[in-house]
Design a protein around this ligand. Structure first.
Ligand code: CU
Length: 146
């Protein structure tokens, strides 16, 4: 029982070493090239924080769907005349702080910076069922992640 497996093991180990020795440099080179290319093509300009504006209407946000880079700032603008509305976070990604603007009827702005990646569901507390919007915040660029 003891003498039998030994030669097999050493042959298998030798075969494995040989296989590794011949394959690793080739695979390594290919993986490196592929990773470089995909980093360039699949994540274009995901870097810089953006500034976006959302118009408040009766009773809607425009646009109602936004996708922004990490660290972007969104500004909601109330028109000169209108019904009373606000901007409140109903559900955000883990760790995101809840926010809610004051209620305004006209001539106001509310600004919010997004420093957690994920989906933010936002609504007007006066028109909860119809006045909603979604903001998707992309992840931090890889070079800046810790
Ligand atoms: Cu409203």
């Amino acid at each position: 029982m003891i003498s039998r497996p030994r030669p097999r093991t050493s042959i298998a180990a030798a075969a494995a070493i040989l296989t590794c020795a011949t394959l690793v440099p080739v695979v390594g080179a290919q993986a490196g090239a592929t990773a470089g290319a995909s980093a360039k093509h699949h994540k274009p300009a995901t870097g810089k924080p953006q500034k976006r504006t959302v118009k408040i209407g009766d009773n809607y946000y425009s646009p109602s769907k936004l996708t922004v880079n990490y660290g972007s700032t969104v500004t909601w603008k109330w028109p000169s005349v209108g019904d009373t509305h606000d901007v409140a976070l109903r559900k955000g990604p883990k760790g995101a702080r809840k926010f809610q603007s004051e209620a305004y009827a006209a001539d106001a702005t509310f600004r919010q910076k997004f420093t957690r990646a994920g989906v933010y569901r936002i609504y007007c507390t006066f028109h909860q069922t119809e006045m909603r919007m979604t903001i998707t915040v992309r992840h931090k660029p890889r070079s800046k992640r810790k």
